[in-house]
Design a protein around this ligand. Structure first.
Ligand SMILES: *Cc1c(COP(=O)(O)O)cnc(C)c1O
Length: 385
């Protein structure tokens, strides 16, 4: 077993990936943070509505307290490495409303690490406001950054500043938690899903829908599914610019993640990201990261009404819109379909109630002074703000 930071205390079950390939557990630190396996549930009402016989949801939204969603699986590896290296602080980045930055701050705190989040401008939404307020509650060190091109410089200066102030360099966590190391979290999810299929909790999915951002989630799941022998195709619904999310980058990440695993445990083997098992859905992006679409927000409303599940407009609404569009074309009728809910469902509104946004750094005030984007406004007449 690896060093102090690999903590699987008494009764704590090993992640299925490490159980199957002990060499991985020996070589790569992992720290249990979330609640796994996440449940799979049948969505009978929504499935009926869409004419899909077998529609399930994997509840990665419920992956843990204080904050769930897809980033928890990645952070189990990323924060374990930071702790293993004796770091005291992590630095990460994202848009102003980044779920990743929030998840990193929340889980860093749980493990005794401090967190600096370098945040870029993004389109306004209710979810952006909520996440910024939660940073205030968590005490994240928030650093506004005007543009993507300045982010590298900003990270370097923050890193040097902390090194001088705190006597050690912080650990830099990549955007979206996506590096080969972070992606292991979703390779593990593929094995977790295979176990749930074997236990009879759901049929092997013919097709799995999920959002495609920095790609660690979809690519990790594709590798995990291939390695676990699942027949599933992945429909990865692109929600960021195609200069970031594309087949070439997906292949490179797949290969680098596979190499990391095979170096740690050669019995893991070598797998291929085949284009008929991994499809990038291009038609639901809406032209800009964080820009809500009518189809996306209609999907958010439909799953709330039928299954009482809360999604959002930047990632999960667009992924579900793709699933709905496929169903409407009649191509999912006899299929077994899985939707991965990657969006945190833990309601933290009690934690942010009464917080004054004026205590945020000035650059973030505009998200509270200005209105949310129009489509969010129209669809959000639901008293959620
Ligand atoms: C970050 C995020 C994603 C995208 O995951 P990637 O691994 O970056 O592709 C999907 N859904 C939600 C809710 C997210 O916060």
């Amino acid at each position: 077993m690896h060093t102090t930071s690999t903590t699987h205390g008494d009764g704590m079950k090993l992640p299925p990936l490490i159980r199957r390939f002990p060499g991985i557990g020996d070589a790569i630190p992992h720290r249990s943070l979330g609640s796994f396996p996440t449940p799979v549930e049948r969505m009978e009402t929504l499935g009926g509505r869409l004419g899909i016989g077998s529609l399930h949801v994997k509840r990665d939204d419920a992956s843990g307290h204080p904050y769930g969603g897809n980033k928890v699986r990645k952070l189990e590896f990323l924060l374990a490495e930071a702790l293993d290296q004796g770091r005291k602080r992590v630095i990460t980045f994202g848009g102003a409303g980044s779920n990743h930055a929030l998840a990193t701050s929340a889980w860093a705190r749980e493990t005794g690490l401090s967190c600096t989040a370098i945040l870029l401008p993004q389109l306004n939404a209710h979810a952006v406001r909520r996440n910024l307020l939660m940073h205030l509650r968590l005490g994240t060190d928030l650093v506004p950054c005007p543009s993507f091109s300045r982010m590298r410089l900003k990270t370097m200066t923050e890193s040097v500043k902390r090194r001088i102030l705190e006597g050690r360099a912080p650990s830099v966590i990549p955007m979206g938690g996506t590096s080969p190391l972070g992606t292991l979290g979703y390779v593990n999810a593929g094995f977790e899903l295979a176990d749930q299929i074997e236990a009879g909790l759901l049929p092997a999915p013919d097709i799995i829908f999920l959002p495609l951002g920095t790609m660690g989630t979809a690519v990790g799941l594709a590798l995990g599914a291939a390695a676990a022998g699942l027949p599933s195709r992945i429909a990865a619904v692109r929600v960021v610019d195609n200069s970031l999310a594309n087949m070439d980058n997906a292949r490179a990440l797949f290969r680098a993640t596979n190499d990391l695993l095979a170096d740690a445990d050669p019995t893991f083997g070598t797998h291929e990201l085949s284009p008929d098992r991994f499809m990038i859905e291009e038609d639901f992006f809406g032209g800009m990261y964080g820009r809500h679409t009518k189809e996306g927000l209609a999907a958010v409303d439909l799953i709330r009404e039928t299954e009482k599940i809360e999604l959002e407009g930047t990632y999960t609404g667009k992924a579900l819109a793709a699933l709905i569009a496929h169903a409407e074309r009649g191509i999912l009728a006899g299929k077994s379909v899985l939707f991965v809910n990657t969006y945190n469902s833990r309601d933290f509104s009690p934690d942010i109630a009464g917080l004054d946004w004026r205590r945020l750094p000035k650059a973030f005030h505009r998200y509270f002074e200005n209105d949310v984007q129009r489509v969010d406004r129209e669809f959000a007449g639901r008293g959620e703000d």
